[in-house]
Write a new protein. Structure first.
Lengths: 160, 635
């Protein structure tokens, strides 16, 4: 469903404009608040909903097949590393809370610095290996698979 | 025009489009090019751009060699039977032998990958898929790319590649415009790695009105991978191989975890198994080599995705629709029920919204499935894309011209949807292809292949005028009418997109004609495409946002024209269930066990088509279970 923005909650900060992959969250120049300018190009990806610090953005299912009266809300918390969802059915019979992790590490940690990592040798440059390979392929001392190592050949025509 | 021209010069590696493929390229390039200038240009924000913007609940390509699960050749055999034989096996083998290292890097960066508590291995959804909590998959991966890149230009839509004027057929960078400021951006670069996306929204979607954004592949996947490369004269392959998806109706929620992990299954409206009764006739048409239900039931060999679609389409046409996913059994288990919902929230929230809106509780009713409109892309169960060189140690001579993942344009590389003949790469494989392209691009530069590139101011100025022409068209003619969107001098991007979608649907085998076309329809369609191409010279944009839509439309048009030519060229029905050539309903291995390759002359717009030989990996990968069956006399 396409997104919409509650008038009383939006403060026009523009986080949704900054993140929307479809470039459809824009600031209304008169009201100085965000709105969805092109609902039929909205994927309901919830990127803007998750990014909104005011919880001002929600989704109302696509009018051509989704009846009114439902709710799917989300709270994404980078510090806690979790995402919390609440799904409410139109008939009120189902009301679910679901929680999932979004990362195993503090944000921004865990990355190598490739600019300062040891430079690859010329042998490695001439090989088929990528960064961290062969170690990271199997996390042991095994090497990269080749046609030769796996007893393979390439043959033209049908294979059967 | 009031817009500024901003030139970024002396770039070594320009990544045009940074989804999973482009971020992989930017990340890896820093390792091989410590002092190289690496720049990303992306039309959205790389934290949430590309097909994985919303997240994923599974990584669909992981060998698990670490856990003794699969070898790269197993993946190749799987991909080739799923694609009815049509795979660049050198590229597939190469991607598969590296993909595990990509996934292990992801885990180190913080991506939560589920584990099987008993074995300690990653939790498998199916033989190739592992389960993740991937809501933040894209921001986690984008962070790695940001750490490697010198500069990231978010909100710059790349419209064209720049070409070298000292040496023909060599790339020299790219141009585009900022969708916020409107400024003109020029990137002068020694190499370009095209990480643009495949194409949604080129065939008329089943959804109408407001729901037209609820497409299976992201609505922002505008075929820019193909539009950019075709426009530069790069050869393309397998562009006829569009994909149709069997998915939950309307929401297009994923079915992979449901089939593989939750063990749900399908039945027709009357509760009957329907698939097997369509197979004998289908086997007559495609041959036992491609459809062998007995072998598929007793071995790991899959029934090709397109053929399973064919059974759904046929059953619905026979009046026994809709097809249902039987969820009521699995969903009695609260743990599996939770996984079923998490699966949507992690990658297709809209399906959860739809079930909440329509009170569909899969515990108490079996939801409807449908077959989608077709999509053109190169990383799911289909392999559209550029004709690229493979790696030196695997590729036969016809598949190798010096640099891994380099297109037929010198210095232009591809990753993800951009590379043709490499289905089943998915997210992890696309990132891996970006890494392979980045290493090769660094080598290309170090080998001195990018010396003496010259780009004239005339070329830069010509592109600038071309890019802003839709704004100029609007300025010139919009006041000729009182108000509204009807104007005799131009069409707006939405009107152009509607015409393209209708045309593709009716002439090129969309859902509206049950995926059927023939030589006559395709020839009529091509004529109409040419006229639409002329009208797109008069597409008008009222503002910068519409200018973005105008250029997305032009990329979609170039993609679609290529799909038409390829579909006309391959005179057989290779993938029943994806599309049918009514004038050649059988699979024809005698004449068409080949890859199709096209080139559009950038000066004249003329297409040339050719067949390229198809090589297969043979040797130690013979299917041992299948061989045993044969030895026991089943065939």
């Amino acid at each position: 469903m396409p997104t919409f923005v509650y008038m009383t909650r939006c403060d026009g900060c523009g986080h949704c404009v900054d993140i929307c992959p479809s470039d459809i969250m824009h600031i209304d120049k008169t009201l100085r608040r965000a709105y969805n300018i092109e609902p039929n190009m909205c994927w309901e990806c919830y990127s803007c909903v998750k990014a909104c610090p005011m919880n001002a953005i929600d989704v109302r299912g696509y009018a051509d097949f989704a009846p009114l009266g439902h709710s799917v809300r989300v709270d994404r918390d980078e510090e806690k590393g979790t995402i919390a969802w609440r799904i409410k059915f139109r008939n009120g019979k189902k009301d679910m809370d679901l929680l999932a992790p979004i990362t195993t590490k503090p944000w921004g940690s865990g990355y190598p610095n490739l600019a300062t990592a040891a430079a690859p040798s010329s042998e490695m440059r001439d090989s088929q290996l990528l960064f961290n390979e062969p170690k990271y392929i199997r996390m042991d001392e095994g090497g990269l698979h080749t046609l030769e190592s796996n007893g393979l050949d390439m043959k033209e025509g049908v294979y059967y | 025009m009031a817009y500024k021209t901003i030139v970024e010069d002396n770039i070594d590696i320009l990544v045009a489009g940074a989804g999973l493929g482009g971020t992989g390229a930017a990340f890896e390039a820093r390792y091989w090019g410590k002092n190289k200038k690496i720049v990303i240009a992306e039309k959205a924000n790389i934290d949430r751009s590309g097909a994985v913007a919303q997240g994923l609940y599974a990584i669909n390509c992981y060998m698990g060699t670490r856990f003794g699960e699969n070898n790269p050749e197993d993946h190749v055999r799987y991909a080739r039977i799923d694609l009815m034989g049509m795979v660049r096996e050198d590229l597939a083998f190469d991607m598969a032998r590296h993909v595990d290292s990509t996934v292990h890097n992801f885990e180190e960066w913080g991506l939560p990958i589920m584990r099987n508590e008993k074995t300690g291995a990653y939790l498998r959804e199916g033989r190739w898929q592992i389960m993740i909590h991937g809501e933040s998959y894209k921001p986690i991966v984008a962070e790695a790319a940001k750490k490697s890149a010198d500069k990231v230009f978010n909100r710059v839509c790349v419209t064209h590649l720049l070409m070298d004027e000292s040496k023909e057929n060599r790339v020299a960078g790219a141009v585009g415009f900022n969708v916020r400021t409107g400024n003109y951006h020029v990137f002068k670069s020694k190499t370009v790695i095209c990480g643009g996306g495949g194409a949604s929204n080129i065939f008329k979607p089943r959804s109408v009105g407001e729901g037209a954004g609820r497409v299976w592949y992201a609505p922002w996947s505008s075929g820019s991978a193909y539009g950019l490369m075709i426009g530069a004269g790069a050869k393309m392959t397998q562009m006829e191989n569009r994909i149709v998806l069997a998915r939950f109706k309307d929401g297009y929620g994923p079915v992979g975890a449901y089939f593989l992990h939750l063990k749900t299954y399908t039945q027709n409206a009357y509760g009957e198994e329907y698939e097997s009764k369509w197979f004998p006739e289908l086997q007559e048409r495609v041959g036992i080599e491609y459809l062998d239900p007995e072998a598929s039931h007793t071995t790991h060999r899959p029934i090709p995705t397109c053929l399973r679609n064919h059974a759904i389409i046929s059953e619905v046409n026979a009046g026994r629709g809709p097809i249902h996913m039987v969820t009521m059994e699995a969903f009695q288990d609260p743990h599996l029920e939770e996984i079923g919902w998490h699966n949507f929230l992690g990658m297709t929230v809209g399906q959860a919204v739809l079930w909440a809106a329509t009170d569909v509780d899969p515990k108490y009713e079996n939801p409807e499935l449908t077959t989608s409109e077709p999509y053109v892309m190169g990383s799911h169960a289909t392999g559209c894309g550029a004709w690229c060189s493979g790696p030196e140690d695997v590729s036969p001579p016809e598949y190798f011209w010096g640099y891994n993942r380099m297109t037929t344009v010198e210095g232009l590389f591809g990753a993800g949807d951009a590379v043709g003949g490499t289905p089943h790469a998915f997210s992890s494989g696309s990132f891996t292809e970006g890494r392979l392209a980045a290493k090769a691009a660094c080598k290309y530069i170090d080998d001195g292949k990018a010396e003496g590139i010259r780009v004239s101011d005339a070329q830069i100025q010509r592109r600038k005028e071309e890019i802003y022409k839709p704004l100029e068209t609007y300025r010139l003619y919009s006041n000729e009418v009182v108000a509204g969107t009807v104007n005799p001098n131009f069409i707006n991007p939405r009107q152009g997109l509607d015409r393209l979608q209708k045309l593709m649907d009716e002439y090129c085998g969309g859902f509206g004609v049950n995926y059927m076309t023939n030589d006559k329809l395709l020839n009529i369609g091509l004529k109409k495409m040419a006229i639409l191409g002329e009208d797109l010279e008069n597409v008008a944009a009222a503002d910068i946002h519409e200018l973005l839509r105008a250029w997305e439309l032009k990329h979609r048009w170039l993609t679609s024209e290529s799909v038409f030519h390829h579909t006309l060229f391959r005179k057989e029905t290779r993938w029943p269930g994806y599309y049918y050539r009514g004038d050649a309903m059988k699979l024809d291995d005698k004449n068409w066990h080949v890859l199709t390759v096209s080139r559009r002359d950038p000066k004249t717009g003329e297409y040339t088509m050719e067949k390229a030989p198809l090589y297969h990996l043979v040797g130690d990968i013979e299917d041992k279970d299948l061989a045993k069956l044969k030895a026991e006399g089943h065939h």
